[in-house]
Write a protein that binds this ligand. Structure first.
Ligand code: PEP
Length: 246
């Protein structure tokens, strides 16, 4: 990792209630005592916690994001959905889009493209997830899949300054398995090669924990991590940050 800001994005998935916000206190304390290092912490809780979490983090450098949003920018008759301007209005500065758990239940590249455009219009930064399944990896289609996801997901988006790519191999999410060093180095370099000179930040996500992060941080051109399971424990999350930034 270089001298750039290192990102630590916590994806709480469908976990957490108001009481879970107490776990932030340790992370707030950590960030206040480690002000000089260049890193950013972004918490992406369920939508129900965006507002109370934003309030709790008000006087800190820690930011809040959502885990998804509807593709329509306008209000509309979409029961159970929230759009990008609604999550922005309650304190989100970021939104995770294209997560494989949503792709698996029917989110297409085209739909993700509309969501990204709507999020940009609302002034949000986008953590755009891409990644291959185990079957695709085994049939050596990783690059082909990533190319398609990037091209379709970012179709006709000229200004990519709000985009952060999160490479998350689907087979790695929540399984404890991580890519081999050489393979991950190659994949990150492939993602980088899909962009012009100024490429977006690239995060790695998939079973990142306090035991493997020291290995993962050595991969060139990784700007940080998207962390699911391990981010629910403030102790483990702080340990991951500490091991990366020292
Ligand atoms: C994720 O949900 O984006 C993720 C990377 O999960 P985990 O860290 O639990 O594999």
């Amino acid at each position: 990792m270089t001298n750039k800001y290192i990102y630590f994005v916590a994806n709480w998935k469908m976990f957490g209630n108001l009481r879970s916000l107490n776990s932030l206190d340790k992370v707030i304390k950590f960030s206040k005592t480690n002000k000089k290092k260049k890193y950013k912490i972004i918490y992406c809780p369920p939508n129900t916690l965006i507002r109370p979490m934003s309030k709790r983090l008000k006087k800190t450098t820690i930011q809040v994001g959502a885990q998804n949003c509807h593709h329509t920018y306008e209000f509309g008759a979409y029961t159970g959905q929230v759009n990008s301007s609604m999550i922005k209005s309650v304190g989100a500065k970021y939104v995770i889009l294209g997560h494989s758990e949503n792709r698996q239940i029917g989110e297409t590249d085209n739909l993700i493209n509309l969501k990204i455009k709507s999020a940009i219009k609302s002034g949000l930064k986008i953590i755009f997830c891409i990644g291959e399944t185990l079957k695709e990896k085994r049939s050596k289609k990783t690059n082909q899949i990533l190319k398609r996801q990037i091209e379709k997901g970012l179709k006709s988006i000229k200004n990519k300054s709000k985009i952060i790519i999160a490479y998350e191999p689907v087979w790695s999410i929540g399984t404890g398995a991580i890519p081999k060093e050489a393979a991950l180095t190659q994949t990150i370099s492939f993602i980088k090669s899909r962009f012009a000179k100024k490429y977006p930040k690239i995060l790695y996500g998939g079973s990142v924990n306090n035991k493997n992060v020291e290995k993962l941080k050595k991969i060139p051109n990784i700007d940080g991590f998207l962390i699911g399971g391990a981010s629910q424990s403030s102790k483990k999350f702080i340990d991951i940050i500490q091991k990366t930034i020292i």
